[in-house]
Write a new protein. Sequence first.
Length: 348
Amino acid sequence: MKSSFISSSAIQNAMRLTIRQSQNQMVQASIEATTGTYADIGLSLGIDSAKSINYTRELDRISSFKDSNSTVNLRLEMSQSGLAEMQKASDTLVGNLTALKGSQTSTSIAVTLQSATSAFAQLMDTGNMISGGEYLFSGVNTDVPPLTDRSAAVEAQIVADLNSYATGLGKGVSDLSAAEINTFMTNSVEPMFSVASWTDPVTGWSQASNQNMTSRISNSEVITSSTNANSDGMRYLAMATVMTNALIDQGLGSDAMDAVSDRAIGYAAQSTADLVGQQSQLGLSQERVTKANDALDAQASIINNKVVDLQGVDPAEASTLVKSLQTQLEAAYTIVSKIQQLSLVNYL
C-alpha cells in the first residue's frame, strides 16, 4: 500500500483561486441581474457586438431628435401664444373704433386711444419675446431684437404733416372732409409704414430677417419653425395703432373722424387676417413635429426590442446564479478558515 501526501498550502491556494473566480463571476452576475443585460457585451456577443453598437447609435440619434424637437415645439408654442395675444389686441381695437363711429364723445375717444396704446404695447412686448436666449420673431437673426419703438417720432411727424396739409388747402384741421383726410392718409401716413420704411436698416421699425428659421425634425423632414416681425400682421397693427393715436384726438370733423376710424379698422382687420394665417402655418409645423415624434417613438420601440433580444439576459437566472456563487464563496471561506486553523500543535 502506497501513501500520498496533500499539502494544506496547495489546498489554500486552490481555494483562493476558486474564491477569486467566484467573486468575478458574482460581480458580473449581479450586474446582469440588476440591468437585465450582459455585463460584458463584447465578450458575450462576439461578432454581434457591431449590431449592438449600431442599435445604440441609432437610439442616441433618435434621442437627439426628440430633444431638438422639444425645443422646436416650445418655440412654436410661444410664437403661437404671442400671435394670439396680438390678434386679441387688434380685435379689441377694431371693436373700440367701431363704437367710436357711433358715438364720438370724449369718453369714446379716450377709450379708443387707450385701446390703441395697449395694442401697440402688446405688439412691442410680444414682438420682442425671447425663448432660450433667442428672439422668436427675428427670423434667422435670432440674436437681434426685431422691433424698435418709433411711435413717438412717427406720431409727431403725422401731426406736423396733417397741419401742413390742412394749411396747404387753406383750411383748419377741423374743416377737412372725409375725402381729404383719406387722401392725406394714403399719401402721407401709409408710406411711413411701407415695407421699405418698416425694414429700413437705419430708421425702420424692424431689424428682423425675412428668412424664417428651419429645423430638421427627422431624417427626412425639415420644417419652418418661426415667423418674423416683417409680416403684414405686425406692420398693419403698428399702422392702425399709431395712426389712431396720432389722428383721433386732433379735432377732426365727424366725417373725417369716421374716415380715420374706417381706415384704422381696415388696417387692423388686415393685421388680424395675417396673424391668423401665421398661426395656421405654425400650427401645421407643430402637427408635423407631433407626427415626427410619434414616428421616432415607434422606431425607438422597435430598436429597443432588438437590443433586448440581443443583449438581454434572464434576471431571474442571473439572480439564481448570484445566490449559488454566494453559497460557493461562503463554503470556500469556511474551508480556507479551517485549513488556516490546522496546526500540529493541536495533535502533540
